[in-house]
Design a protein around this ligand. Structure first.
Ligand SMILES: [Zn+2]
Length: 288
């Protein structure tokens, strides 16, 4: 079965954020919303020149990156945000090189084993969304064929259209998602209709990149960055990686999210910022 919906919201409008807040307020006193979120270690990487992400800054310096996946429990539903690097990399304890030698990648614990530890089978995942189709975010996507996929239409077209390689994408990583039920988006999208999990359109790194607002019952609102930004110093200084798809769009997206965070009193959780990620409890622990 394939469901195709095109949903449009104002990309920069505060109106949608206000609507999401109202929906949240209406549900705040009731059970429901998000119960908890698990953070998985979905790979680690090291670059020998971080200036590819911060042009002109720290040229020739190495840097370690984290790579997380996130599992959100919402009532009876389980939503997986990003699927990390391929579990196959775990077979190479010495790591594998990528991006023409710029990166070395390791998977110390497979996503499959971390789900198993929680008693979750891949087919239990009811909803999945990818920030984008780069290999370190969709590496295990083919495991989640039972889930409804939420993706921006332009990202879907890049991934499943005639020239994925033009966008630096490798379809082998995600080919099985072609048969999933899919909700194609053209902007923000309130996944469960209660304001607790909202996909935010954040184009620039890729044509249809997206981030995720999660309203946790105790910690409050967090925005999962995807690759909207890669580490804190780049966020503070609004630096844009050399390989981003669209530089101007990237800059507009960062401004939009900065306003969104302020309006919603939300924290930004930067996926590849290792210091920030290391401070979070990882599965089987969880955040509430
Ligand atoms: Zn990326």
């Amino acid at each position: 079965m394939k469901i195709t919906l095109i949903l449009t919201y104002s990309r920069f409008g505060a109106g949608f954020a206000a609507a999401a807040l109202l929906a949240f307020a209406a549900h705040a006193g009731e059970p429901g919303g998000v119960q908890r979120m698990y953070v998985f270690n979905c790979g680690e990487s090291r670059t020998n020149d971080v200036s590819m992400w911060s042009p002109g800054v720290d040229v020739g310096k190495s840097r370690d990156f984290s790579d997380n996946c996130y599992l959100i429990r919402h009532g009876k539903d389980l939503m997986l945000w990003d699927t990390g690097m391929s579990d196959a990399i775990a077979d190479k304890p010495e790591g594998v090189t990528a991006a023409g030698g710029l990166l070395t990648l390791w998977v110390r614990r497979t996503l499959a084993s971390q789900l198993r530890e929680l008693g979750v089978a891949p087919t239990d995942i009811t909803h999945t969304a990818l920030s984008h189709f780069h290999a370190d975010h969709c590496g295990n996507a083919n495991l989640f064929t039972a889930a409804t996929l939420y993706i921006q239409n332009v990202e879907y077209q890049a991934a499943f259209g005639p020239e994925p390689s033009k966008f630096g994408l490798a379809p082998a990583n995600y080919e099985k998602l072609r048969a999933n039920p899919v909700v194609k988006l053209s902007g923000d999208h309130d996944v469960f209709g209660d304001g607790s999990v909202v996909i935010l359109s954040t184009p620039g790194h890729t044509p249809g990149h997206q981030s995720l607002l999660v309203r946790l019952p105790k910690r409050g609102a967090v925005v999962l960055s995807g690759d909207m930004v890669h580490f804190q110093e780049n966020w503070t200084n609004r630096r844009i990686p050399a390989r981003n798809f669209d530089r101007e769009q990237s800059a507009r997206t960062m401004e939009r999210i900065a306003h969104f965070l302020a309006e919603n009193h939300a924290q930004l959780w930067i996926n590849h910022d290792k210091a920030q990620s290391d401070a979070l409890p990882h599965a089987p622990g969880y955040v509430e």
